[in-house]
Ligand binder design. Structure first.
Ligand code: PAF
Length: 285
């Protein structure tokens, strides 16, 4: 496994693989890797010849009062995990390498970037779309792998790829959960024992939404009310948003049908977590 620190090294390595006719799969990450990231590595290994993982805590997607400085960083441990999973390339650039002084070009996807996390975290998705477009230009992968846990990010990046005619296929992999249902996230490292227990309510709320849809409830208002009631069992969990939306546009839907996205963001103590569910089945009424 090669660990590359500069954009020119990464461009050269990916260029070499492309000239040999190899398919490159890119997994953009911010490190602090867990089993969710490793499921993306396995998916990439299944359909690409070369698996490349980028590790970069992207300052442009953090707001001024967010956790950029304390975001977990564990490059050595991350590289050991990736080596064990037979990753070919790790791209771990410095801040100056990704954003040289004077950088003034940004990518913004209007509309969808202002919904859900974009509404709560102004400028967040502009940071995400900028860094992901840069990574796409540097690695020029055939496929790029993202987790469904960041459902709003998936919607924004899919629109960016369509709008800018980017020649890359986004592969979206299912949410990976702990045995008790907690969605894996690098930010789970912030949770103490009690907060971790409280956080389980988010998955329970999603499960309740699915149950209601299965029982024939199509009204988003009523379905969200049921999910909200589950979250209320944990008074220290503060909802940021809980919404039923179209998964592509992130616009609210009044009626929930198969494929609708139920998404939640909530503060568990000081930690903001997200979770979601794509309604898989609805009973007809
Ligand atoms: O999902 C993430 O970890 C980040 O938003 C991403 C896609 C790596 C961009 O920094």
């Amino acid at each position: 496994m090669e660990i590359l620190k500069t954009t020119s090294q990464m461009q050269a390595a990916c260029g070499n693989f492309r000239r040999q006719g190899k398919r490159i799969g890119l997994i953009p990450t911010m490190g602090a890797l867990h089993a969710g990231h490793l499921s993306l590595v396995r998916a990439a290994r299944g359909s690409c010849d070369v698996v490349a993982v980028s590790i970069f805590v992207n300052p442009a997607q953090f707001g001024p009062d967010e956790d950029f400085s304390k975001y977990p960083r564990s490059l050595e441990q991350d590289c050991a995990l990736l080596q064990a999973d037979r990753v070919d390339l790790v791209f771990a650039p410095s801040m100056e390498e990704m954003y040289p002084p004077g950088t003034s070009t940004f990518v913004a996807v209007e509309g969808v970037s202002e919904r859900l996390d974009g509404a709560s975290r102004p400028g967040h998705f502009r940071g995400v779309t900028t860094v992901v477009s840069k990574l796409f230009h540097i690695a020029m992968p055939q496929q790029a792998f993202f987790g469904q846990k960041d459902a709003a990010q998936v919607a924004v990046l899919s629109k960016m790829v369509r709008d800018l005619n980017m020649d890359v296929e986004l592969v979206i992999c299912p949410i990976v959960r702990e045995a008790d249902g907690l969605a894996l996230s690098s930010r789970n490292a912030y949770l103490d024992r009690d907060h971790r227990r409280q956080a389980l309510v988010l998955n329970r709320a999603m499960a309740r939404a699915q149950e209601c849809a299965l029982a024939g409830e199509h009204s988003s208002a009523r379905l969200l009310q049921e999910a909200r009631a589950i979250i209320a069992y944990e008074p220290e969990v503060r909802i940021d948003y809980l919404a039923a939306v179209n998964p592509e546009t992130l616009d609210d839907v009044a009626d929930v049908h198969e494929g609708a996205l139920i998404a939640v963001a909530a503060y568990v103590g000081p930690t903001r977590l997200i979770d979601n569910l794509l309604i898989s089945k609805c009973a007809s009424v």
